[in-house]
Design a binder for this molecule. Structure first.
Ligand code: NAP
Ligand code: GCO
Length: 264
């Protein structure tokens, strides 16, 4: 029988105080996993813990900046001591800076690379030895449309998410023999705080032009919701996906399949 249950599994979802990470953590808790998340700062952690409590979801949360190797090592060692070896890591924490490339400083570019690409490397490095000892592991990297496509103002983000796709394939290649599966999820345009500036109503009450643009580029003709990522995230964390490795599952309402509306 195909098994989608996450019972007896320990999952760490990074940056899950809200947004996509929160939805994935909620899905994992409901699928039976023991879930731990982290936030970058105490205020966000408190808000996150409150949100889980309000939904009656049992979770543990810690403050940990995913770009800091010492903080990540401390987080993983605390989880291993207090709960057990991590079975599932979701590298979800991410940031974006929308700045035309020629106006972007090297420092701004590097900040995005640090959170969106270097941190998944740091986190994965920290959990893989435990997974090897345990005899299995699942790493899920949250990629993007920008793992495949470019657009104005998101050079650092596209470079990072394109790199994350290849880091995914490389982890699969290097650690597949230890029964570790590393796959990516590439969300389309999802309504969260990251994309809120692209959906803000205009002063005259009309929709943001980018909002209309995304609807026209998406065969599903809507923005995605964090809940749209729940099923794919469970699948890639469960035994049902044990022979899938190095794959990026795009959950985009069809954006990548679509050339765009033909002219009338
Ligand atoms: P979000 O609501 O802004 O969530 C981002 C999360 O990342 C926050 O919980 C934040 O934690 C965490 N984070 C950022 N920097 C961190 C750091 N240094 N250390 C620890 N945590 C950090 O955005 P989202 O849309 O849910 O994004 C989640 C992931 O999906 C990101 O990787 C994003 O690039 C990706 N994604 C989003 C979309 C979309 O359309 N929304 C599409 C494709 C991919 P704190 O709040 O605690 O700081
Ligand atoms: C942007 C958006 C995107 C999405 C997402 C698409 O400015 O174009 O923020 O990058 O967040 O990653 O998959």
């Amino acid at each position: 029988m195909v098994d989608f249950s996450l019972k007896n599994k320990i999952a760490l979802v990074t940056g899950a105080s809200h947004g996509i990470g929160f939805a994935i953590a909620e899905a994992y808790i409901k699928a039976g996993a023991t879930v731990v998340f982290n936030s970058s700062n105490p205020e966000s952690l408190e808000r996150g813990l409150k949100a889980y409590k309000e939904k009656g979801l049992d979770v543990r949360g810690y403050v940990c900046d995913v770009t800091k190797e010492d903080q990540v090592a401390q987080l993983v060692s605390t989880i291993e001591k207090e709960i057990g070896t991590i079975d599932i890591l979701v590298n979800n924490a991410g940031i974006i800076k929308r700045i035309p490339m020629c106006d972007m400083s090297v420092n701004e570019f590097n900040q995005v690379i640090d959170v969106d690409l270097v941190a998944p490397f740091i986190m994965s490095k920290a959990v893989i030895p435990g997974m090897i000892k345990k005899g299995h592991g699942k790493i899920i990297n949250i990629c993007s449309m920008m793992s495949e496509l470019g657009r104005e103002t998101v050079s650092a983000y596209a470079a990072a998410k394109g790199g994350l796709k290849m880091l995914t394939r490389n982890i699969a290649s290097e650690y597949g023999e230890y029964n570790i599966q590393c796959n990516g999820i590439g969300p389309g345009y999802i309504a969260t705080s990251q994309t809120a500036p692209l959906r803000e109503l205009q002063p005259d009450g009309s929709r943001h032009p980018f909002d209309a643009f995304i609807i026209s580029k998406t065969p599903a003709a809507r923005w995605g919701t964090p809940e749209d990522l729940m099923g794919p995230a469970i699948f890639l964390a469960s035994d049902a996906s044990d022979f899938i490795n190095g794959h990026i599952l795009y959950v985009d309402g069809g954006i990548l399949a679509y050339i765009g509306k033909q002219p009338k």
